[in-house]
Design a protein around this ligand. Sequence first.
Ligand code: HEC
Length: 143
Amino acid sequence: MKKLLIISAIGCLLMGFTLQKESPVYTTSQDPLKESIERGAEVYTEYCVQCHLGKGEGIPKTFPPLAKSDWLTKNNITNAIRVVKYGQTGEIKVNGETYNGVMAALGLYEDEVADVMNYILNSWGNSHDEMVTEEHVKKVTKE
Ligand code: HEC
C-alpha cells in the first residue's frame, strides 16, 4: 500500500512536470487562417452546400461552381464578399458559362462571411494568400 502511494506520488510529480513543460506549445500553435477555414467549412455545410454542392462543383447552367471559379479567384475579392453578404442576381459569367439566377442574401454574421470566404478560397484546388478578415467584410457595402 505504501509502495503504491509512493508510485502514484511520483506519477503525479512527473505528470505535473510534463504538463508544465508542454503548456507553452498550445499558445504558439494557433493559425488564424486555418481556424477560420475550419469554421467556414461548417458555415458552408449549413448555408451553401445545397446549391454549390459538396465539392463546390455547382450545377451547370443553374448554380455556378466555386471550385476553380475564375469569377471567384480572378475577380476582386470585395465583389465575392458582396455576393455572400448581400446575394447576387443578374447575369454573371463563370468559367465561360453564363448564369442568370438568383442567390438570395443568407443573413450571415460578418465573421461567418469571412470564415466561409476563407473556406471557399482555400478548398477544391482554390488558394488565396491573403486571409479575409471580419474588418474587410464590414467595409463592403451593397454598392
Ligand atoms: C439557393 C441557392 C444558393 C445558395 C444557398 C448559395 N448560392 Fe451562391 N450562387 C447561387 C446562384 C444562383 C448564383 C449566381 C447568381 C446569378 O446568376 O447572378 C451564385 C453565385 C455565387 C458566387 C459568385 C459566382 C461564382 O460561382 O464564383 C459565389 C462566390 C457564391 N455564390 C458563394 C456562395 C456561398 C459562400 C454561399 C453560402 C454562404 C452560397 N453561395 C449560397 C446560388 C446559391
